[in-house]
Each structure stands twice: as structure tokens, then as C-alpha cells.
Design a protein around this ligand. Sequence first.
Ligand code: DC
Length: 221
Amino acid sequence: MIAVAIDGPAGAGKSSIARQTAKEIGFIYVDTGALYRSIGLHMLNHNVFPGDAQAVSRELEHLDIGLEFQNGEQRVILCGKDVSDLIRTPEVSKASSQVSAIPAVRAFLLELQKNMAQTHNVIMDGRDIGTVVLPQAQVKVFLTASPQERARRRYQEILEKGGSADYEEILKEIWERDERDAGRAIAPLVPAQDAVILDTTDMTVREVIDRLKQWIAEKTA
Ligand code: DC
């Protein structure tokens, strides 16, 4: 099996790059952020404060998460319900970042993520894929871009979907999330020692995908 690990901060373009590359080379794309988001959503729905490590850890006993693939698209099944479309709100983003700092949450999700790579060729994106989840991955990329550029992309995306947004507010959220994700004691956001670091600030999506495909071809030839 071939595994491609893509890590990096929020808004660096990981998911669109990983999804499209996987489609072009026939791998499955595993979005691990969606798993943390589902746990965040579950806690909000059950009135458990996502920052309360003890309460969240206890609540994990009542949690059942699975991944399914429909036409190559990942769906997250939380306690029997497809929540893939419910986990993209700002409230869930914040809750997911909070629960992701809890060791029991990371342990809970580890096996599920590892299993996916045992049975499929995968492109998996997240924060700790190259360092913790798939340290054996043949290709490891750390995608990044300036906070301003990441905020600009997110802002653009919201406008294109017909929504309205405040650029400064988005930038502030990105700073906060970066700080929480990089500063936590467990699985902090750092590149694996053997990862290639790619700054996409001045690159188009197409350029990034082509570069990635080239690396995958070289490493797996
Ligand atoms: O990639 P995303 O924005 O959907 O991720 C949501 C949150 O989950 C993010 O704040 C960091 C966390 N996360 C993580 O800690 N480890 C991963 N492998 C993926 C996401």
C-alpha cells in the first residue's frame, strides 16, 4: 500500500489539494479533520464543554465513528448518522480544535486512521499524519501559506458560496487556531523530520497538485 501524508495549518489548502490529487491518481482521500470535527459536534450536541478533558473523555464511551466512501467522497458516520455536512460551522471548528488537544480523543481516533491506510492507497491530511498516524508514509508533505493568504482564501471561498464574512475576523480565528494547534502538548503541529515543506502562498492549486503528483511518482517508481 502507498500512503501520502499531508499536514499543515488550517487553510493551507490541504483538503482541496489532497482531494483532487487522490481523484487524479485513484487513491482514496481521508480527511482526518472531519473525525475531530465529529467529536466536537457530538460534545456540543450533548452539552459537554469541549475544553473539559475529563468530561469529553467520559463521553467518548458513547461515541461511535465510522468512515464511508460514496463515489470517492468521504462521509463521516457519527452514531449511525451521516454528519458530513453538519461539521463545517465555526462553532464546530472551535470545538474540534479544543477536543483535538485531549490525549484520549487522539488515542480514540488513531486506530481508525491507521486501519484506513492498511487496506487502501491513501492520501491522508491532518496535523500529525506524517509524525504520528502514518510515520511509514512513502511521501510526506507539510503544506503551509502565510496567515494572511490563508485568511484571504477562506474569505474568498465563503463569498463564492454566497455567504458573507469579515476578513479580519477570519484572520483572527486563524491566528488563534494556529496557536492552539501548534502549542498543545500532544501531537503539536510540526513537520515530520522527513517531510518536504511546501509554502503555497504564491502557488496556484494546479501547481501544487502537479508538484505533489511528481513527488508521489518519484517516490513510488
Ligand atoms: O483540518 P480541520 O480544520 O478540519 O481540523 C479540525 C481541527 O482538528 C483542527 O483544529 C485541528 C484538529 N486536527 C488534529 O488535531 N489532527 C488532525 N490529524 C486533524 C485535525
